[in-house]
Write a protein that binds this ligand. Structure first.
Ligand code: FAD
Length: 436
């Protein structure tokens, strides 16, 4: 572990513990005969996971496709990266501080897939809207036979042993290995013939790292809708090989299905939202959302805030039909961030009311007497929508809502998928049809 990473782990651990004594330990659940270590929703735990993984990062390119619990050939960092409890920049820096860049190129490229997907969707937010609408329509349109197949899939009763095991793993742990996600999505679409939107919604409901960009676009990619005409077909032989023979669904999968098609979808680029700059002369409060939970390592680090607020919003649970495991991780992550911000910025912290999030945020800003509320940018998704609604309310109060974009969070306009070298970070390399 590099000295910098050592310091980060130590500093993160010094923030006030977000859980009552005894509740912050590793939770374990049974999973296919293995003990699954549920990720602890804190920055300290994320940095520890990063430092434990870094020595293995050079073997990642060779080993990453094997799907063998407890999945220690991959990093398990996604819930932390998703909520920016751990930053992409420190993840890449940690890998590069221990290995020559060429040795960890594959790992870095995978980390950058997340940025690529996020940038892609932020420049085309209408694709998220179209997904939400299609999801609702597909749910309503399902006929009796479709509803039965859906019930069997969700109940892990399809008779396809690997599929049923992955559904159980997903719902019990909130995690699935990337290769298992690809296989599951492919079987969902091409063998079970279920609408891809319903499968994407099931992932968002359960995944600890559930993300509008990575999830929607990966499902579209598997279906053959992202790279038009190029779909991902799960093959029994491939599943048997990469699961070390744990599963062998020979004869059970449709390995000949063609890609999906859809009515023309507007894929035109939209301008990036214009983010008003922070006014350093105004009394300000800091608002946290689960989109970015490390404000102390951001352009906000030196801002003299008067207070900090954050808390779960019940509307997000309802909008995404979020399951308890995913919600609990996001809530814990918010609590952890609130505690850290209270310490780092030396200001009072307010936990917002989950049942009246907008009103609660408004009351907090009014009570604090601030003229400006600053938050890290929420790109496309439910939290972006809630911030848009909050902005409207604040306008009546004469309070500015400022969303701060990380310099490294700027979407990679025009960049191709990150399948090349780490030079992708500074050098646009358009490539079509690459594999995430
Ligand atoms: C159908 C489908 C749905 C997916 N939904 C999500 C999602 O909602 N949220 C999400 O974060 N990832 C999603 N992924 C991508 C990927 O499966 C996960 O990021 C990865 O499995 C997380 O495990 P890990 O942290 O051990 O990954 P590692 O292999 O250790 O990779 C390190 C990090 O790189 C990033 N990453 C790796 N692979 C990808 C990828 N293909 N696309 C985007 N980022 C990647 C993640 O941030 C990950 O934590 C999806 C993939 C598929 C095929």
């Amino acid at each position: 572990m590099s000295t910098d990473l050592h310091k980060l782990v130590r500093d993160a651990g010094n923030a006030r513990a977000p859980f009552p004594a005894g509740s912050g330990g590793v939770a374990s659940q049974a999973m296919a005969g293995h003990r699954f270590e549920a990720p602890i929703p804190s920055r300290a735990a994320g940095l520890q996971r990063l430092s434990a993984f870094v020595p293995r990062a050079a073997a990642y390119a060779r080993e990453r496709n094997r799907v063998v619990p407890p999945h220690d050939r991959v990093s398990g960092l996604s819930p932390y990266l998703r909520h920016r409890l751990v930053l992409k920049s420190e993840t890449i820096a940690a890998a590069w501080s221990t290995h020559p860049p060429a040795a960890v190129e594959k790992f870095v490229a995978e980390v950058l897939w997340r940025t690529y997907w996020k940038g892609w969707l932020q420049l085309r937010p209408q694709v998220w809207q179209a997904y939400l609408e299609q999801w609702r329509r597909d749910g309503e349109d399902l006929d009796g036979a479709g509803a039965e197949r859906l019930a069997a899939a969700l109940g892990a009763r399809t008779g396809i042993e690997c599929f049923d095991a992955w559904i159980r793993e997903l719902t019990e742990t909130g995690y699935l290995h990337n290769h298992a996600r690809m296989w599951l999505a492919s079987i969902w679409i091409f063998t079970l013939r279920l609408p891809w939107t319903l499968g994407a919604a099931v992932f968002l409901r359960h995944l600890l790292d559930g993300d509008p960009a990575s999830n929607t676009l990966s499902w579209r990619w598997v279906a053959g809708l992202h790279t038009r005409g190029k779909h991902y077909l799960a093959r029994a032989e491939n599943i048997a090989r990469y699961t070390d023979g744990r599963f062998d669904p020979r004869g059970q999968l449709d390995e000949r299905a063609g890609p999906l098609s859809e009515p023309p979808l507007d894929l035109g680029l939209r301008p990036l939202p214009d983010r008003a700059p922070l006014d350093p002369g105004l009394p300000s409060g800091l608002l946290l959302t689960p989109e970015d939970l490390t404000p102390e390592h951001s352009p906000l680090a030196g801002v003299p805030f008067l207070g900090v607020a954050g808390g779960w919003d019940r509307e997000v649970t309802l909008a995404l039909d979020l399951g308890p495991t995913a919600e609990s991780f996001a809530r814990g992550a918010l609590d952890d961030s609130l505690a850290r911000a209270e310490t780092r910025f030396g200001v009072p912290a307010r936990a917002l009311d989950q049942a009246h999030w907008l009103q609660s945020a408004e009351d907090w800003a009014r009570g604090l007497g601030v003229r400006q509320v600053v938050t890290m940018e929420a790109p496309v998704g439910c939290w972006a929508e809630r911030l848009r609604q909050l902005d409207e309310r604040f306008a009546y109060l004469g309070v500015r809502l400022v969303q701060v974009r990380r310099p490294s969070g700027i979407p990679c306009c025009g960049l191709g998928p990150p399948t090349g070298s780490a030079a992708y970070i500074s050098m646009p390399r358009p490539e079509a049809g690459s594999t995430p």
